[in-house]
Design a protein around this ligand. Structure first.
Ligand SMILES: Nc1nc(=O)c2c([nH]1)NC[C@@H]1CN(c3ccc(C(=O)N[C@@H](CCC(=O)O)C(=O)O)cc3)CN21
Ligand SMILES: CC(C)C(=O)C(=O)O
Ligand SMILES: [Mg+2]
Length: 271
């Protein structure tokens, strides 16, 4: 059967979705296998997050992650998708010194990794970087609220935009919209603050722990699938229990090998 031609998700679809009240769905992905599954399931965008530091590379935080570590993961995801928009997360230390550095990093993700857009953290402090990247024809997803790359500066995994901080959050949201971002991630923001930002902006808001009023939702796939060991953030809903599925499979396999049940004749070649 010939493959049906599928229409790629473009940044225009993000604007249309907001205008029509259709929610946008995103997941992270770091490899071709999960990317093809999520793409076929109709997930609108895949973020190759620097959360790969935690989920794939075994670091405690996202801070050590480099461009060179993320490029092959991003390449794998963009190779695998037919419909989803692939967003490359720019790692800590790859854009903060200024617009030139930021554009250089964005070019690497577009040219070497086949990304369709890039993401960087920060509101007003990153506006000039966003403006420069957008002016080169590269779509930018902004990221405000809790920004994990600055967890030491913020004093831990702290909810952002509570009480009087809501004005700061709104100022950051306006700044990234003004700089040309096509969408903005709101991470760990109270429900009402996220609602205000969503109502005020014309670009879509994407919630990671920012409640139901955002224009879209995004989760780290290993959390969402129940694969992450240990503590997961309160905002995560687990849609599967892959950690116990894989643990059970590994234990059953080991038992079969030890008892000689595997491999059986059906898994072996005759002379
Ligand atoms: N696996 C994974 N999931 C994520 O959501 C994620 C990453 N990694 N790495 C990058 C950032 C870091 N993020 C995090 C990390 C921890 C909390 C967390 O522990 N939150 C607590 C409240 C704060 C606390 O007590 O430390 C929570 O229960 O929500 C939240 C977001 C979100 N991102
Ligand atoms: C949690 C999301 C927003 C992210 O930046 C990542 O996965 O790296
Ligand atoms: Mg990130």
């Amino acid at each position: 059967m010939a493959d049906a031609v599928v229409k790629r998700v473009r940044t225009r679809h993000f604007q249309n979705a907001k205008a029509q009240g259709i929610k946008i769905t995103g997941l992270t992905s770091y490899d071709a296998l999960t990317a093809s599954i999520f793409d076929s399931a109709g997930i609108d965008f895949l973020l190759v997050g620097d959360s790969a530091g935690n989920t794939m590379l075994g670091y405690d935080t996202t801070l050590p992650v480099t461009i060179d570590e993320l490029i092959p993961l991003t390449r794998a995801v963009s190779n695998a998708v037919r419909r989803a928009l692939v967003v490359a997360d720019m790692p800590f230390g790859s854009y903060e010194t200024g617009p030139d550095e930021a554009l250089h990093t964005a070019f690497r993700f577009m040219k070497e990794a086949g990304a369709h857009a890039v993401k960087l953290e920060g509101g007003e402090r990153s506006a000039e970087q966003i403006r420069r990247i957008v002016s080169a024809g590269i779509p930018v997803m902004a990221h405000i609220g809790f920004t994990p790359q600055s967890e030491h500066g913020l004093g831990g995994h702290v909810i952002q935009g509570r009480g009087a901080q809501a004005e700061r959050l709104l100022a950051d949201a306006r700044a990234v919209q003004q700089a040309g971002a096509f969408a903005v991630v709101l991470e760990m923001v109270p429900v009402d603050a996220a609602r205000r930002v969503t109502e005020e902006l014309h670009i879509p808001t994407i919630s990671v722990g920012a409640g139901p009023h955002a224009d879209g939702q995004l989760l780290v796939w290993t959390d969402w699938a129940g694969l992450t060991g240990g503590r997961i953030p309160k905002f995560v809903k687990q849609y599967a229990d892959l950690r116990s599925v894989l643990t059970d499979a590994a234990q059953a396999y080991r038992a079969d090998v030890e008892s000689g049940v595997y491999p059986g004749p059906e898994h072996s070649y005759d002379d």
